[in-house]
Design a protein around this ligand. Structure first.
Ligand code: ZN
Length: 656
């Protein structure tokens, strides 16, 4: 997955009728994306998208409950208080309450969506209790819920990744139950796993593992009639409606398989669905809906509810089609040892898409690129689908316009101009190369365990994909293929990458803390490594002007060579399963932060007033019908604001 990067450079054209900057609170900015091309879809495609987006939003409460078992009852109180409140809205307590409500709504729960730390309310428990009583929403277990909200020691972190403690006991997420220990979970799944099975299912993907009072361990499935049954049943009904408007048999087939999976909870059926899904490359409309990514589980097994509905952007997809048609050339010319290259690259299907709805774990904060399915054996045998969400990157781009960021952090006017001209196109190119070639490149030596790099696996994997993209961004092949029109264009992305990795991404970190998130670690690993290795030749320098630090790239070609060297080393580490070397790289370059530079970056950034985290409100779809109730059109609107949207979702999509 590619997380959003920090700076957008200018390219997309905003519509003056639309308010793109929807809300701003705490460390968050809520933006709006549009859905260009929706009106030109056929009526059948519009109906298909309409029912799929209804299905998408219907699973919203599942992610809330998965994130923490107290989230939904706390949300009930917060929304009840907000709706009933008729006191002074300038009151300090109330203002703090409204910020907290927005933070919780944005994070799908009481923990920060990125740092995983619990939010600390800045209003008093006494004030809150009074409001809850006045609003008539005080539950019987108010004291228990208030303890969870106000006591910083209780449920402090949603997903704990720290070494040496029981990760289930120390994580607040709600994916396991009955006080089961990490050891018991590992034993349970190890017993099920057959190391010789060439097509293993994704154990634990859709279940809550629970220890009963008598000590027996049961796996409760997410399915119709099981955990989250009422929600899943509604999703199934909407998918059934959607499948009537499928574009072709292949699409209908995979929708039906997804329904079968939701009905039975059977993981073999999930694999059948994934294969049918990845093999459908002819349809324009596409979607994911279900339990897919497992970043929310400290053990990386159980997936969180997520849905993205989208359709193909034909014009922009030309770019990714050219890249994937040439996948073998890129693999053959990569600067890694021949033994670690794939002799035959297959099944990379890549496209640029327009997102129509974001839901579950992808709402309001969303990835900008996705590469699925996750099962390694399916990827090897049937390929994978890689997508870039271009209307989302455009929305970031529009929002970043004129925010003063480039003026503050980019070293000089020519570099700024280059980023202005080529930042957007090379940024999208980077995402394409990262997703459709980077992750799929290379191979393991025979007998190497794919999980050999353990806790550092995802940082090193993201670094590998980024380095592949960086290395090839500067390759004349991209000009030859018509993907870039200027041999200097890549410098825009190189500069941005180094500035972000060495300095500006630190705005997401609190003073005194280390880097934890895999994408951030990977970026710093790359930037710090090439900075250090190129120090003698002064390839990249940190220079001071008027007391401010800037990144200065002196030799872009040498920088490319360093990216190539690091790619070769990280591919070696992965191919050989060299845990010790991988761990050393991460510890030396990816984790620690220079406190002085960090503080300087924070001060300069805070003076600009830009939020370090961004997310989106969704468009609103509505059906138009004739006198007989027949659907004649589906309309999309871009006027709903953040709190009205989430409050409406809670009201219309909760199963009471
Ligand atoms: Zn990635």
């Amino acid at each position: 997955m590619a997380a959003a990067t920090m700076v957008g450079c200018k390219h997309a054209t905003p519509d003056p009728e639309i308010n793109y900057n929807v809300d701003r609170f705490a460390d968050i900015e809520v933006l709006r994306y549009t859905v260009p091309g929706f009106d030109s879809l056929s009526l059948n495609q519009k109906k298909l998208i309409y029912y799929l987006q209804e299905a998408a939003i219907t699973g919203r409460d599942i992610i809330w409950d998965q994130n923490c078992k107290y989230n939904l009852p706390i949300r009930n109180m917060l929304e009840g208080v907000y709706t009933a409140y008729n006191g002074d809205r300038n009151d300090e307590q109330y203002q703090a309450f409204e910020t907290y409500l927005k933070q919780v709504e944005f994070a799908n729960g009481i923990h920060h969506h990125y740092s995983m730390d619990k939010f600390q309310p800045a209003f008093s428990r006494e004030w809150f209790e009074k409001q809850v009583e006045a609003a008539g929403v005080k539950p019987e277990n108010f004291n228990e819920l208030a303890e969870v909200m106000f006591n910083p020691e209780v449920m402090a972190k949603r997903v704990n990744q720290a070494d040496g403690v029981d990760l289930i006991a120390t994580s607040a997420c709600n994916l396991y139950g009955g006080g089961i220990t990490q050891q018991e979970v590992e034993d349970y799944y190890n017993k099920l796993k057959d190391p010789n099975d060439p097509t293993p299912v994704s154990y634990g993907l859709n279940s809550r593992l629970v220890k009963l009072p008598d000590g027996t361990i049961v796996e409760e499935l997410y399915k119709v009639g099981g955990v989250y049954g009422p929600y899943i049943e509604k999703i199934v009904n909407l998918l059934t409606e959607a499948s009537k408007y499928a574009e072709n048999d292949a699409q209908k087939n995979y929708i039906d398989k997804l329904i079968a999976f939701y009905t039975t909870g059977d993981l073999k059926t999930f694999d059948d669905y994934s294969i049918a899904w990845v093999e459908d490359t002819a349809s324009d409309v596409d979607f994911i809906n279900g339990f897919i990514e497992s970043y929310g589980d400290p053990l990386g097994m159980t997936a969180q509810y997520e849905s993205i509905v989208n359709f193909k952007n034909h014009e922009a997809s030309h770019r990714t089609e050219v890249v994937s048609q040439n996948a073998q050339w890129f693999e053959d010319h990569s600067p890694v040892d021949e033994r670690f290259r794939k002799p035959e690259v297959k099944g990379v299907s890549a496209k640029v898409i327009t997102a129509a709805i974001l839901a579950g774990d992808s709402y309001p904060a969303t990835p900008i690129g996705i590469n699925l399915p996750n099962a390694n054996w399916i990827r090897a045998a049937h390929g994978s689908k890689s997508v870039t969400l271009e209307n989302i990157t455009e929305a970031y781009d529009i929002a970043a316009r004129g925010n003063g960021f480039a003026e503050e952090f980019v070293i000089d006017e020519p570099t700024r101009q280059l980023m202005e001209d080529y930042g957007f196109v090379t940024d999208n190119m980077h995402t394409d190369l990262h997703e459709c070639l980077g992750h799929g490149s290379g191979r393991l030596l025979p007998g190497v365990d794919p999980d050999a790099l353990k806790a550092h696996g995802s940082t090193l994997e993201e670094a590998r994909a980024d380095l592949f993209a960086l290395y090839y961004l500067a390759d004349p092949k991209l000009i030859e293929l018509g993907l870039l029109d200027n041999p200097e264009a890549y410098k825009a992305e190189y500069y941005k990458y180094m500035m972000n990795g060495l300095m500006t991404q630190l705005v997401r970190i609190e003073p005194g803390k280390d880097l934890e998130e895999a994408h951030m670690r990977n970026r710093q690993l790359i930037a710090r490594w090439v900075y250090e290795k190129g120090a003698d030749q002064k390839v990249v320098e940190l220079v001071k002007k008027d007391g401010k630090t800037y990144v200065q790239v002196n030799d872009y070609e040498a920088l490319r060579n360093l990216f190539g060297q690091l790619l070769a080393e990280i591919q070696r580490i992965k191919s050989e399963g060299d845990y010790a070397a991988g761990r050393q790289l991460v510890e030396d370059y990816a984790v620690k932060v220079d406190p002085e530079l960090h503080q300087e970056v924070l001060d300069r950034y805070n003076a600009l007033g830009i939020a370090p985290y961004k997310g989106f409100v969704n468009p609103v779809y509505s059906l138009e019908t004739d006198a007989n109730g027949e659907i004649t059109d589906v309309k999309v609107s871009y006027t709903e604001d953040f709190l009205p949207q989430v409050l409406r979702y809670s009201k219309e999509y909760s199963v009471k």
